[in-house]
Design a protein around this ligand. Structure first.
Ligand code: GUN
Ligand code: FE
Length: 422
């Protein structure tokens, strides 16, 4: 066995299914050749020679997954929040993203983002860069060096954007093709097609991306049914479509053969939901962003009940916080408002449900990721809650809940594919 075989000792948590919380007090989580071999109360005979990293007293969880984040918007987190989506894009996102034409600026900004992501509880992410190929490759290089496993997208935009942040269709497709070829240099950073959203991409560009998807077999990510003004605009731009998702699907960019993450889905109607389910489209729920840019409250509990694939996203900088623990709390709180104000027949999300969304739910996009069941890739975080003292004698589920609500979200150790990053 090589150095990627070892055991961690501590209080182990994971969620095999939505709402199911598995807890193993002071147990052993065994990693063999980068994969989870199992969780055991005592170390079995066959593993007794493995090195044990002792995290006794601490909480051990699967690494968290951020299914939707804009690395290129990190600089203005927490700023410009008094606007709705479309105005916010014009005022904040587009001016900041245009700066990434400068490789020096891009390296500085992406280094900060990568360091922050590295020291967070997130082990996997689907990331938007900008339209700029060199900057996008720099981000992929930085993430790979940090040991993180991410999908990264060079963004496509050939309409309805300022001159400084718009490509021609030909340029966009040629740069995307070259970027897909250049991306072969990486093993942990993987490319993902990223048409920004329908208003930013002509039909011609979408058709070209659909062809590239087939040729390279890469997944894709975009935004879907986020905000009412955006949805109205899409219906005007695409008069032949019955629902927003069809604007992607008509070009082969809506799940099925093309593994797809769609951010938000706040306002998806019955037809769109049926198509997402049939095509296995992943929904990235970004509750904080939905509140900040006044998009609405996504029906996530209903999505879980109807068997949709759902994970959580920070959507920085629509969301101000990179922490997926924070996204878990926001998801619970949003779902309570939805129950109270919109739909009394659908209960709020629970802590075990949002932990599932943050781990196995989003992790499924990456394969067998986000759980400690045997055969899963070994992504783990160790959380120390001793800096949250209380006179109360808390049970393990209570310690998990307090750590999520009250902690700073920073792990004391982090493992990705069996490699300890710190
Ligand atoms: N829709 C198109 N672009 C964006 C973006 O950058 N953030 C969010 N939240 N929605 C978008
Ligand atoms: Fe977004």
């Amino acid at each position: 066995m090589n150095k990627t075989s070892f055991a961690l000792k501590g209080n182990i948590f994971f969620t095999p299914a939505p709402g199911q919380l598995a807890i193993y007090p002071e147990s052993y989580l065994v990693c063999v050749e980068q994969k989870v071999a199992g969780v055991f109360a005592q170390l079995p005979e066959q593993y007794k020679d493995l090195p044990v990293e002792d995290h006794s007293g601490k909480l051990i969880l699967p690494g968290l997954v951020d299914l939707h984040v804009h690395a290129s918007q990190y600089a203005y987190r927490g700023l410009g929040m008094d606007m709705e989506l479309l105005q916010w894009l014009e005022a904040n996102a587009f001016p900041e993203e245009s700066k990434f034409a400068d490789p020096e600026y891009a390296e500085k900004a992406y280094s900060i983002f990568t360091q922050q992501l590295l020291h967070s509880a997130t082990t996997r992410a689907c990331i938007f860069a900008t339209i700029h190929r060199p900057a996008t490759l720099k981000l992929m290089e930085l993430l790979e060096k940090a040991g993180l496993c991410c999908y990264v997208g060079k963004v496509n935009m050939d309409r309805n954007s300022p001159d400084i942040l718009r490509e021609t269709c030909e340029e966009s497709l040629a740069e995307t093709r070259q970027w897909l070829l250049d991306s072969a240099a990486f093993t942990k950073s993987k490319p993902m097609l990223t048409p920004r959203f329908t208003p930013s991409c002509t039909d011609e560009l979408m058709a070209g991306l659909g062809k590239l998807q087939k040729e390279f077999g890469v997944p894709m990510q975009s935004h879907l049914s986020e905000n009412l003004s955006e949805i109205k605009w899409v219906s005007e731009l695409c008069p032949g479509t019955r629902f927003y998702g069809e604007a992607y699907e008509q070009f082969g960019l809506f799940g099925g053969e093309c593994p797809t993450v769609m951010a938000h889905c706040v306002w998806s109607g019955a037809e769109e939901r049926a198509r997402m389910k049939a095509n296995g489209v992943f929904i990235a729920h970004c509750p904080q962003s939905n509140m900040n840019v006044s998009s609405g409250i996504a029906p996530i509990k209903s999505y879980l009940l109807e068997g949709q694939k759902v994970g959580l996203g920070s959507d920085v900088a629509g969301g101000a916080h990179l922490s997926i623990f924070r996204a878990m709390i926001d998801a619970i709180q949003c779902s309570k408002l939805r129950w109270r104000l919109v739909d009394q027949n659908t209960p709020a999300l629970t802590m075990p449900e949002v932990l599932y969304l943050a781990t196995k739910g989003g992790g499924a996009f990456f394969g067998k990721v986000g759980s400690f069941e045997p055969g899963y890739e070994f992504d783990a975080i160790v959380m120390d809650d001793s800096n949250l003292p209380t006179t109360r004698l808390c049970s393990l589920p209570e310690r998990l809940e307090r750590m999520v609500y009250l902690g700073d979200g920073a792990p004391c150790a982090k493992y990705v594919q069996g490699q300890r990053l710190f």
